[in-house]
Design a protein around this ligand. Structure first.
Ligand code: URA
Length: 241
Protein backbone atom coordinates (compact mmCIF):
# COMPACT_ATOMS: atom_id res chain seq x y z
CA UNK A 1 0.00 0.00 0.00
CA UNK A 2 1.27 3.51 -0.82
CA UNK A 3 0.41 6.55 1.29
CA UNK A 4 1.70 10.07 1.81
CA UNK A 5 4.60 10.47 4.21
CA UNK A 6 2.72 12.83 6.56
CA UNK A 7 -0.24 10.45 6.73
CA UNK A 8 2.09 7.50 7.33
CA UNK A 9 3.55 9.27 10.36
CA UNK A 10 0.18 10.58 11.59
CA UNK A 11 -1.34 7.09 11.36
CA UNK A 12 1.50 5.84 13.53
CA UNK A 13 0.74 8.49 16.16
CA UNK A 14 3.90 10.59 15.57
CA UNK A 15 1.93 13.86 15.69
CA UNK A 16 -0.71 15.90 13.91
CA UNK A 17 -0.65 16.24 10.13
CA UNK A 18 0.23 19.96 10.35
CA UNK A 19 2.93 19.40 12.99
CA UNK A 20 4.40 16.56 10.96
CA UNK A 21 4.55 18.65 7.80
CA UNK A 22 6.80 21.06 9.73
CA UNK A 23 8.90 18.18 11.08
CA UNK A 24 9.36 16.79 7.56
CA UNK A 25 10.26 20.19 6.09
CA UNK A 26 12.64 20.70 9.01
CA UNK A 27 14.62 17.60 7.97
CA UNK A 28 13.61 15.30 10.85
CA UNK A 29 12.51 12.42 8.64
CA UNK A 30 14.50 10.05 6.45
CA UNK A 31 13.19 7.50 3.99
CA UNK A 32 15.53 4.63 3.15
CA UNK A 33 18.37 6.63 4.71
CA UNK A 34 17.80 9.82 2.72
CA UNK A 35 16.38 13.00 4.32
CA UNK A 36 13.07 13.82 2.70
CA UNK A 37 11.49 17.26 2.89
CA UNK A 38 8.18 16.86 1.10
CA UNK A 39 5.24 15.60 3.17
CA UNK A 40 3.38 14.48 0.07
CA UNK A 41 5.85 11.88 -1.20
CA UNK A 42 4.37 8.41 -1.41
CA UNK A 43 5.67 5.74 0.93
CA UNK A 44 5.38 2.02 0.26
CA UNK A 45 4.23 0.76 3.66
CA UNK A 46 5.65 -2.71 2.98
CA UNK A 47 9.16 -1.89 1.82
CA UNK A 48 10.20 1.70 2.65
CA UNK A 49 12.14 2.37 5.87
CA UNK A 50 10.93 5.54 7.57
CA UNK A 51 12.88 7.11 10.44
CA UNK A 52 11.42 9.97 12.48
CA UNK A 53 13.75 11.89 14.80
CA UNK A 54 16.17 8.98 14.75
CA UNK A 55 13.52 6.33 15.53
CA UNK A 56 12.34 3.77 12.95
CA UNK A 57 8.59 3.94 12.40
CA UNK A 58 7.11 0.67 11.19
CA UNK A 59 3.71 0.94 9.58
CA UNK A 60 0.91 -1.05 11.13
CA UNK A 61 -1.79 -1.43 8.53
CA UNK A 62 -4.56 -2.43 10.88
CA UNK A 63 -5.47 -1.45 14.40
CA UNK A 64 -7.82 -3.42 16.62
CA UNK A 65 -9.37 -2.17 19.84
CA UNK A 66 -11.76 -3.81 22.26
CA UNK A 67 -14.09 -1.18 23.69
CA UNK A 68 -16.42 -1.70 26.61
CA UNK A 69 -19.06 0.51 25.08
CA UNK A 70 -20.78 2.71 27.64
CA UNK A 71 -24.49 3.45 27.47
CA UNK A 72 -24.97 6.83 25.79
CA UNK A 73 -22.35 6.46 23.03
CA UNK A 74 -23.57 5.80 19.51
CA UNK A 75 -22.10 3.10 17.26
CA UNK A 76 -21.00 5.45 14.51
CA UNK A 77 -17.87 7.25 13.35
CA UNK A 78 -19.39 10.73 13.45
CA UNK A 79 -22.49 12.32 14.88
CA UNK A 80 -23.51 15.96 15.22
CA UNK A 81 -24.91 15.62 18.74
CA UNK A 82 -23.90 12.35 20.37
CA UNK A 83 -20.58 10.94 21.47
CA UNK A 84 -19.45 8.23 19.08
CA UNK A 85 -17.63 5.01 19.91
CA UNK A 86 -14.65 5.92 17.73
CA UNK A 87 -14.19 9.20 19.63
CA UNK A 88 -13.63 7.10 22.75
CA UNK A 89 -10.46 5.58 21.20
CA UNK A 90 -8.20 8.44 22.20
CA UNK A 91 -4.82 6.78 21.57
CA UNK A 92 -5.30 6.54 17.84
CA UNK A 93 -4.95 9.41 15.40
CA UNK A 94 -6.19 7.29 12.52
CA UNK A 95 -9.16 8.62 10.67
CA UNK A 96 -10.29 5.26 9.28
CA UNK A 97 -11.40 3.41 12.43
CA UNK A 98 -14.99 2.16 12.62
CA UNK A 99 -17.07 -0.11 14.84
CA UNK A 100 -17.71 -3.67 13.68
CA UNK A 101 -21.50 -3.71 13.75
CA UNK A 102 -23.74 -1.74 16.03
CA UNK A 103 -24.86 -1.80 19.59
CA UNK A 104 -27.87 0.33 20.52
CA UNK A 105 -27.19 3.61 22.29
CA UNK A 106 -28.31 2.14 25.62
CA UNK A 107 -26.43 -1.18 25.18
CA UNK A 108 -23.07 -1.71 26.89
CA UNK A 109 -20.25 -4.10 26.31
CA UNK A 110 -17.99 -5.58 23.71
CA UNK A 111 -17.46 -3.59 20.55
CA UNK A 112 -14.58 -4.22 18.20
CA UNK A 113 -13.14 -1.06 16.66
CA UNK A 114 -10.79 -1.48 13.73
CA UNK A 115 -9.88 -0.29 10.25
CA UNK A 116 -9.84 -3.83 8.85
CA UNK A 117 -12.83 -3.80 6.53
CA UNK A 118 -12.36 -7.34 5.33
CA UNK A 119 -12.46 -8.78 8.85
CA UNK A 120 -15.49 -6.67 9.67
CA UNK A 121 -17.27 -7.90 6.58
CA UNK A 122 -16.63 -11.51 7.49
CA UNK A 123 -17.68 -11.08 11.12
CA UNK A 124 -20.92 -9.41 10.10
CA UNK A 125 -21.78 -11.60 7.12
CA UNK A 126 -25.23 -13.19 7.70
CA UNK A 127 -23.85 -16.39 6.15
CA UNK A 128 -21.12 -16.79 8.78
CA UNK A 129 -23.43 -17.14 11.80
CA UNK A 130 -20.86 -15.73 14.21
CA UNK A 131 -21.99 -16.28 17.81
CA UNK A 132 -22.74 -13.19 19.91
CA UNK A 133 -23.31 -13.65 23.62
CA UNK A 134 -25.31 -11.13 25.64
CA UNK A 135 -26.13 -10.67 29.28
CA UNK A 136 -29.57 -9.14 29.77
CA UNK A 137 -31.92 -8.06 32.54
CA UNK A 138 -35.54 -8.59 31.69
CA UNK A 139 -38.55 -7.01 33.30
CA UNK A 140 -40.59 -10.04 34.38
CA UNK A 141 -40.11 -13.75 34.89
CA UNK A 142 -38.31 -15.54 32.05
CA UNK A 143 -39.61 -19.10 31.77
CA UNK A 144 -38.68 -22.48 30.31
CA UNK A 145 -41.35 -21.80 27.69
CA UNK A 146 -39.35 -18.74 26.61
CA UNK A 147 -36.19 -20.85 26.44
CA UNK A 148 -38.01 -23.31 24.15
CA UNK A 149 -39.41 -20.52 21.97
CA UNK A 150 -35.94 -18.97 21.55
CA UNK A 151 -34.56 -22.41 20.64
CA UNK A 152 -37.23 -22.92 17.97
CA UNK A 153 -36.72 -19.44 16.46
CA UNK A 154 -39.06 -16.49 16.80
CA UNK A 155 -41.18 -14.38 14.52
CA UNK A 156 -39.94 -10.86 15.21
CA UNK A 157 -41.76 -9.28 12.29
CA UNK A 158 -39.09 -9.93 9.63
CA UNK A 159 -39.45 -12.06 6.51
CA UNK A 160 -37.80 -15.01 8.25
CA UNK A 161 -37.93 -16.35 11.78
CA UNK A 162 -34.79 -15.91 13.87
CA UNK A 163 -32.28 -18.74 13.90
CA UNK A 164 -32.35 -20.96 16.99
CA UNK A 165 -30.89 -19.07 19.95
CA UNK A 166 -29.63 -20.39 23.29
CA UNK A 167 -31.33 -18.70 26.21
CA UNK A 168 -29.97 -19.49 29.63
CA UNK A 169 -31.81 -18.29 32.73
CA UNK A 170 -29.44 -17.16 35.51
CA UNK A 171 -32.11 -15.81 37.87
CA UNK A 172 -35.83 -15.55 37.30
CA UNK A 173 -37.97 -13.35 39.45
CA UNK A 174 -39.66 -9.94 39.19
CA UNK A 175 -36.55 -9.09 37.20
CA UNK A 176 -34.77 -11.94 35.44
CA UNK A 177 -31.11 -12.20 34.43
CA UNK A 178 -30.26 -14.22 31.36
CA UNK A 179 -27.46 -15.09 28.98
CA UNK A 180 -28.40 -15.27 25.32
CA UNK A 181 -26.40 -16.57 22.38
CA UNK A 182 -27.57 -15.49 18.93
CA UNK A 183 -25.99 -16.17 15.56
CA UNK A 184 -27.33 -13.25 13.60
CA UNK A 185 -27.13 -9.49 13.94
CA UNK A 186 -30.53 -8.14 13.06
CA UNK A 187 -31.61 -4.64 14.04
CA UNK A 188 -32.52 -4.53 17.78
CA UNK A 189 -32.55 -8.32 17.64
CA UNK A 190 -32.34 -9.13 21.35
CA UNK A 191 -34.96 -6.55 22.31
CA UNK A 192 -37.28 -7.72 19.56
CA UNK A 193 -36.88 -11.37 20.53
CA UNK A 194 -37.96 -10.63 24.07
CA UNK A 195 -40.74 -8.42 22.79
CA UNK A 196 -41.96 -11.40 20.75
CA UNK A 197 -42.49 -13.34 24.00
CA UNK A 198 -44.12 -10.32 25.67
CA UNK A 199 -41.13 -9.15 27.72
CA UNK A 200 -38.95 -6.08 27.89
CA UNK A 201 -35.16 -5.83 28.03
CA UNK A 202 -34.15 -3.31 30.68
CA UNK A 203 -30.37 -3.78 30.48
CA UNK A 204 -28.23 -5.27 27.73
CA UNK A 205 -24.52 -5.95 27.57
CA UNK A 206 -22.57 -7.87 24.93
CA UNK A 207 -19.96 -10.22 26.35
CA UNK A 208 -18.62 -12.06 23.33
CA UNK A 209 -18.42 -11.94 19.56
CA UNK A 210 -16.94 -14.98 17.84
CA UNK A 211 -13.76 -15.86 19.70
CA UNK A 212 -13.43 -12.39 21.22
CA UNK A 213 -14.49 -12.04 24.87
CA UNK A 214 -14.98 -8.76 26.69
CA UNK A 215 -12.11 -8.09 29.08
CA UNK A 216 -14.05 -7.61 32.29
CA UNK A 217 -11.31 -5.38 33.71
CA UNK A 218 -12.43 -2.70 31.25
CA UNK A 219 -14.94 -0.34 32.79
CA UNK A 220 -17.63 1.15 30.53
CA UNK A 221 -15.89 3.65 28.24
CA UNK A 222 -12.48 1.96 28.61
CA UNK A 223 -10.69 0.13 25.83
CA UNK A 224 -7.50 -1.70 25.04
CA UNK A 225 -5.70 -2.98 21.99
CA UNK A 226 -6.36 -6.59 21.06
CA UNK A 227 -3.47 -8.93 21.77
CA UNK A 228 -1.77 -10.60 18.81
CA UNK A 229 -3.35 -13.87 19.91
CA UNK A 230 -6.85 -12.36 19.93
CA UNK A 231 -6.33 -10.89 16.45
CA UNK A 232 -4.94 -14.15 15.14
CA UNK A 233 -7.85 -16.17 16.56
CA UNK A 234 -10.45 -13.77 15.26
CA UNK A 235 -8.93 -13.64 11.79
CA UNK A 236 -8.34 -17.38 11.48
CA UNK A 237 -11.69 -18.39 12.95
CA UNK A 238 -13.67 -16.07 10.76
CA UNK A 239 -11.77 -17.13 7.65
CA UNK A 240 -13.36 -20.59 7.90
CA UNK A 241 -16.25 -21.14 5.47
N1 URA B 1 -29.75 -6.57 20.16
C1 URA B 1 -30.38 -5.44 20.58
O1 URA B 1 -31.60 -5.40 20.71
N2 URA B 1 -29.62 -4.36 20.83
C2 URA B 1 -28.27 -4.36 20.73
O2 URA B 1 -27.64 -3.33 21.00
C3 URA B 1 -27.64 -5.53 20.31
C4 URA B 1 -28.42 -6.63 20.03
Amino acid sequence: MKIRLDKYLADMNCGTRSGLKKEIRGGNVTVNGTPVKSPEIKIDTETDKVVFRGQPVVYERYEYYMLNKPAGAVSATSDRHEQTVTELIRDSKRDDLFPVGRLDKDTEGLLLITNNGELSHRLLSPRKHVDKIYFARIDGRVTQEDVDSFARGLDIGDEKKTLPADLHICTSDGISEVMLTIREGRFHQVKRMFQAVGKKVIYLKRLQMGSLCLDESLKPGEYRRLTEEEVEKLCSQERKP
